[in-house]
Design a protein around this ligand. Structure first.
Ligand code: AGP
Length: 612
C-alpha cells in the first residue's frame, strides 16, 4: 500500500508534509515525494528510498508554499524509481496527483490518452489520473475530478492540486482509506490518522466514492455523483506516543513487549463480572436468535491473520461444536463458496484494509451471509463493511511483522468461542467464567516468556543460527499453526527461507531436507501429541538435523533429545498458542537484527496489502 497526505493553510507546508510522510513510511517505503503550489507554480520533489532522503532534498531546495501533497510509495506498477515516485503531473505541470490504490485497465486508458497526444513520464497507473483530469478539466477542478472518478474502475485515495486553484485541494476515496483533519484555518488529509494526529484530533472519515474540496477555511464533502454530504468530525482519543518507539530499537520489539498490556486491554473491552455471583462473562454481541441460525462458520483472512483463523477454528469447533473452515481470502473471493444465510463469515484483519480480505467479505455478502470483522483499526474499510466489528485493542501496530495484533486476535477469538458456546448451550456460566480466568492469567505467563533469562537464551540461539540459509518449523495441533506463524515471522524480516510444516507430514517429503545445516524449530509442548513430537525430533536427530525445541517449563527430559530448548510456562491447552508464539517472535527479531535487516520495514513488504 502507499500513503498520501496533504495540507492547506497559512504555515510552510513542506516540513508538515515531510513529517507526516515519516508517520506513513511504514505503509510503503520504495520512494517518496511532495508537490508544493506557490506563486502559480507547482514544485515537485521526489526521491527513492526512505523519507529521510526526501527530507534532505526538500531542505536543500528550500521549498516554499502553504499548500501541498505528499506520498510514500509501495510499488505496484513500475519499479521503485524517481520517475515512478509520486506526485505525478499532467502534460503541462499544471495538475498534480498523489494516489494510493490501483486503476483497473490503466494500460488501455493510457493508450487512448497517448493517441490524444498526452505525454507520459512514468510506468505507473496513477499518472493516468493526472492526464484524465487534464482531459476533463474545464475550469472547475472538483467537477473534473468527479467526472474522471465516475469513468474509471479501481481503488483510490487521491489528492489533486491545480495551479489555477492555489488554495484548493480536491481529494477522493474508494476502497483505500482517506481521512480529513480539521484544523483552525488549516486542513489536512492523510491515509492514516497517525500522520496528522500531532496537528489535529478532529477527523472526518471519508467513505467509498466520496470526495472533498478543502481550502484553509472550508471543507465540502460530496459523493462523486455530486450529492452533498454533511459530516461532522470525530474527536479522536488515541495518543501519538502509543505509536512511538519508547526507547526500543524497533517498533517490532516494542510491540512484542506490549503484548501483555494489549491483551489485558482487549480482555477488559469484552469481559464483565457479575458483582453478586462473582462470575465472569463475555459479550461479543451475539444474540441467541442469531446463533440459532448459524449452521457453519467461514473465516477469511491473509498471512498472520490467517494463522489466527486456524487457531480460532480449534476454539470454535471444540467449544461450540460448530463446523469452521478457514479460507485464504485470495482464494475464497474467486471460489463460488458453498455458503448462505446460515453461514457466519468472520473477516480477520489487523489493518482492516487488506484488499483480498475486503473482496472476500464482499463476495460473502452476495450469499446473504452475516459478516463479522475482527479488526485493529477503528474506522477501517473492513469495519465499515461488516455487519458488526469486534476490535482488538492492540494499539497502533507499526512493525510490518504482526505480533501484538496476532495475540490480541487469538484473545478475542477465544472469547468469541466462549460467547458462542454459552449462547448455544455448549457451556454453562460457571465453565465460561473459569475459562475467562485462564485467559486473564495468560498475560503473566507471557511476561514470564519475555524474561531476561529467556531473552538472553534466544539472543544466543539467534547468533548461532543467524547465518543459516533455511529453517523448518514443525508442530502438531495448534502447534502447527504456530509453526506456520513462526516461519512467516522469520522469512519476512530476516529474508531466510523458512517453512512451517505439520510434524506428522515430515516423513512424506520434507525429511529429505534434513542435514546438519538445517535448524528445525519444533513446537514440543506437553500435550496429547507430545510423544509423537518426540518421535519426530528423533527422526531429525537421526539425520544430524539441529533441533530448537519450544518446550513446557519443567520438561527436563527434552534437553537430552535436542540442541536448544526455549521454555514457556505450562498453561491450559487452549492458551498454549499465546505463549508458544512469543519465543518465535523474539527468535525472528534477533536473527533479523543480527543480519542487519530493516526489521520494521522489510524489503518488498507493506504493513497492509491494499492491492490485489
Ligand atoms: C504478518 O506479519 C504479515 N505482515 C502479513 O502476513 C499480514 O498478516 C497480512 O498481510 C494480513 O494483514 P491484515 O491482518 O492487516 O489483513
Amino acid at each position: 500500500m502507499c500513503g498520501i497526505t496533504g495540507y492547506v493553510g497559512s504555515r510552510q507546508v513542506a516540513p508538515i508534509l515531510v513529517e507526516a510522510l515519516g508517520y506513513l513510511e511504514y505503509r510503503g517505503y520504495d520512494s517518496a515525494g511532495i508537490a508544493v503550489l506557490h506563486d502559480n507554480k507547482i514544485d515537485i520533489s521526489r526521491s527513492i528510498g526512505k523519507v529521510s532522503s526526501l527530507k534532505f532534498l526538500v531542505q536543500q531546495k528550500k521549498v516554499e508554499g502553504q499548500i501541498g501533497l505528499g506520498h510514500t510509495r509501495w510499488a505496484t506498477h513500475g519499479q521503485p524509481s524517481e520517475k515512478n515516485a509520486h506526485p505525478h503531473s499532467d502534460c503541462h505541470g499544471k495538475i498534480v496527483v498523489v494516489h494510493n490504490g490501483i486503476i483497473d485497465g490503466h494500460m488501455e486508458l493510457k493508450k487512448v490518452l497517448e493517441n490524444e497526444g498526452h505525454i507520459f513520464s512514468s510506468q505507473t497507473d496513477s499518472e493516468v489520473l493526472a492526464h484524465l483530469i487534464e482531459k476533463y478539466y474545464d475550469g472547475d477542478l472538483s467537477v473534473a475530478v468527479g467526472k474522471v472518478l465516475k469513468n474509471i474502475l479501481g481503488s483510490y485515495s487521491l489528492g489533486v492540486m491545480h495551479v489555477d486553484h492555489p488554495g484548493l485541494l480536491v481529494v477522493a476515496r474508494h476502497q483505500s482509506p482517506l481521512l480529513v483533519g480539521c484544523g483552525d484555518n488549516e486542513n489536512f488529509i492523510s491515509s492514516d490518522i497517525r500522520a496528522i494526529l500531532s496537528q489535529t484530533r478532529r477527523i472526518i472519515f471519508l467513505e467509498d466514492q466520496e470526495m472533498a474540496s478543502l481550502t484553509a477555511k472550508d471543507i465540502h464533502i460530496e459523493t462523486i455523483d455530486g450529492k452533498k454530504i454533511d459530516r461532522k468530525p470525530h474527536f479522536v482519543e488515541e495518543s501519538l506516543e502509543q505509536s512511538e518507539k519508547n526507547g526500543y530499537d524497533h517498533f517490532m520489539l516494542k510491540e512484542i513487549f506490549e503484548q501483555p498490556t494489549a491483551i489485558k486491554r482487549t480482555l477488559e473491552s469484552r469481559v464483565f463480572e457479575d458483582k453478586k455471583s462473582g462470575l465472569l462473562s463475555v459479550d461479543m454481541g451475539f444474540d441467541e436468535e442469531e446463533i440459532k441460525n448459524i449452521k457453519n462458520i467461514v473465516i477469511v483472512s491473509c498471512g498472520t491473520s490467517w494463522h489466527a483463523g486456524l487457531i480460532a477454528r480449534r476454539y470454535i469447533e471444540k467449544l461450540c461444536k460448530i463446523p469452521v473452515s478457514v479460507e485464504y481470502a485470495a482464494e475464497f473471493r474467486y471460489n463460488e463458496p458453498l455458503i448462505d444465510r446460515k453461514t457466519l463469515v468472520i473477516g480477520i484483519s489487523q489493518s482492516g484494509e487488506t484488499a483480498d480480505t475486503l473482496a472476500a467479505i464482499r463476495e460473502a455478502k452476495k450469499y446473504g451471509s452475516r459478516i463479522i470483522a475482527l479488526c485493529n483499526v477503528v474506522g477501517s474499510s473492513l469495519s465499515r463493511e461488516a455487519d458488526r466489528t469486534i476490535y482488538t485493542y492492540a494499539g497502533p501496530e507499526i512493525g510490518v511483522a504482526s505480533t501484538k495484533a496476532f495475540t490480541c486476535q487469538l484473545t478475542l477469538l477465544y472469547l468469541l468461542a466462549l460467547d458462542l458456546a454459552y449462547k448455544n448451550k455448549q457451556m454453562d456460566g460457571d465453565e465460561v467464567s473459569k475459562c475467562i480466568m485462564k485467559i486473564q492469567g495468560i498475560t503473566a505467563s507471557i511476561e514470564k516468556s519475555l524474561s531476561t533469562e529467556n531473552l538472553d537464551k534466544i539472543k544466543h540461539i539467534s547468533c548461532k543460527y543467524s547465518q543459516s540459509r533455511n529453517f523448518l518449523y514443525l508442530g502438531r495441533g495448534s502447534g502447527f499453526a504456530i509453526a506456520l506463524e513462526g516461519a512467516l515471522k522469520l522469512k519476512e524480516i530476516s529474508y531466510i527461507h523458512a517453512e512451517g510444516y505439520h510434524a506428522g507430514e515430515m516423513k512424506h517429503g520434507p525429511i529429505a531436507l534434513i542435514d546438519k545445516n538445517m535448524p528445525v524449530v519444533v513446537l514440543a509442548l506437553k500435550g496429547r501429541r507430545y510423544d509423537k513430537i518426540l518421535a519426530n525430533i528423533a527422526e531429525i536427530k537421526a539425520r544430524d538435523g539441529k533441533v530448537i525445541a519450544i518446550a513446557t517449563e519443567g520438561d527436563d527430559a527434552i534437553v537430552e533429545l535436542t540442541d536448544e530448548v526455549i521454555y514457556v510456562p505450562d498453561v491450559d491447552r487452549f492458551m498454549t498458542p499465546l505463549v508458544a508464539v512469543i519465543p518465535l517472535q523474539l527468535l525472528s527479531y534477533y536473527i533479523a537484527f543480527q543480519r542487519n535487516c530493516d526489521v520494521d520495514q522489510p524489503r518488498n513488504l507493506a504493513k497492509s496489502v491494499t492491492v490485489e
